[in-house]
Write a protein of this length. Structure first.
Length: 345
């Protein structure tokens, strides 16, 4: 089958956008971390839709690429009000992922463009990563690996840093799909699990074997481990700020596999430096990549990963196929699932 995908490289100074050839229409991918767009092409091209891929880094590049798109799929690019305002015929904006904080939902709503996400593609992967982080920090996995590589034997840390989950309180912020899977996994380790989510009833939390916290402050005060699983919204951004870290139980472990902007990175840095937070495990940061020379990069009590908690062959396949199918449904004027900005078409 003749390839229908065209990739536009925005890293060269002389890159220009050529006029798009259309069949039934064009599906623009603003940016992507995959080797190619063959998965998307395999779904869209047989139905007459051309896939046009870019690696947009600026607003101007996004406007040039998306202006005449019939559907837009985006990964990390900032699809803001100006970009959405330039879309003359887009029928849908699809986010590769669960969070949609890089898309201006209000601007899309005002234009009557539905925004869809893929809410169920990496639930087990992120829950597994959370447990890996918690176990690695409580059992001091990395310090002992490094200790042995230096030719040493015995405990690499003071005995009181070797913790057992059975004796700990784990606070889970957010009780959506991922939060619930984290709770299910934690129950096998016999720890006390508290959940804070203002949008979920106490009875529902209790049915899952966890203790509902009446407030975030209440949970912070008793948590030996705190893990974040809430979306990035105006209400949750910088949820863990200077004041919140000051309320956290002294010596607690902090885990974030949600969004980097849920925490104030400088407040976390100070909490780690003072010992208020004994260890942290971060798959996300703000900004990303973590700036060169940032103190957390050299802190031995901090575990870091490059925003890969969602990664597995199965998850990525589902993510890409679902995004392409959502675009196809919109182009066929079919009802859309997973609309997050209230626009029905």
């Amino acid at each position: 089958m003749q390839r229908q995908v065209r990739t536009l490289c925005w890293h060269t100074k002389n890159a220009t956008l050529k006029p798009m050839k259309t069949g039934n229409g064009n599906v623009v991918v603003t940016d992507y971390a995959f080797p190619d767009l063959s998965t998307e092409e395999g779904i869209l091209a047989p139905n007459g839709f051309q896939v046009v891929g870019g690696q947009c880094k600026t607003e101007a590049e996004l406007i040039a690429l998306c202006g005449r798109a019939d559907a837009v799929i985006t990964q990390f690019a900032k699809v803001n009000a100006a970009v959405i305002g330039a879309m003359s015929r887009a029928r849908v904006i699809v986010r590769y992922g669960i969070g949609v904080d890089n898309v201006d939902l209000e601007a899309a709503r005002a234009r009557g463009i539905p925004v869809c996400n893929v809410p169920d593609y990496c639930i087990d992967e992120v829950a597994d990563q959370t447990l890996a982080f918690i176990l690695a920090t409580t059992r001091q996995v990395v310090p002992h690996t490094l200790h042995l590589r230096e030719g040493k034997w015995g405990l690499a840390v003071p005995l009181n840093q070797m913790k057992v989950l059975r004796d700990l309180v784990v606070g889970v912020v957010g009780f959506g799909r991922i939060g619930r899977e984290v709770v299910r996994r934690l129950q096998s380790f016999k720890c006390t699990v508290q959940v804070y989510d203002p949008f979920v009833g106490a009875d529902e939390v209790a049915k899952c074997g966890a203790q509902p916290a009446r407030s975030l402050d209440e949970m912070l005060a008793v948590s030996d481990v705190l893990t974040l699983h809430c979306p990035s919204t105006p209400e949750t951004r910088r949820l863990m700020n200077e004041a919140a870290f000051a309320k956290l139980k002294p010596g607690a472990i902090f885990v974030n596999v949600g969004r980097g902007d849920l925490m104030d990175p400088e407040a976390l840095t100070r909490a780690l430096q003072s010992g208020r937070v004994s260890a942290a495990a971060l798959d996300v940061f703000d900004p990303e990549p973590i700036p060169a020379g940032h103190p957390v990069l050299k802190m031995p009590q901090v575990l870091l990963a490059p925003h890969i908690a969602s990664a597995s062959p199965t998850a990525v396949k589902k993510l890409r196929e679902t995004a392409a199918k959502l675009a196809l449904q919109a182009l066929r004027n079919e009802p859309l699932p997973n609309v997050v900005n209230g626009v029905k078409r």
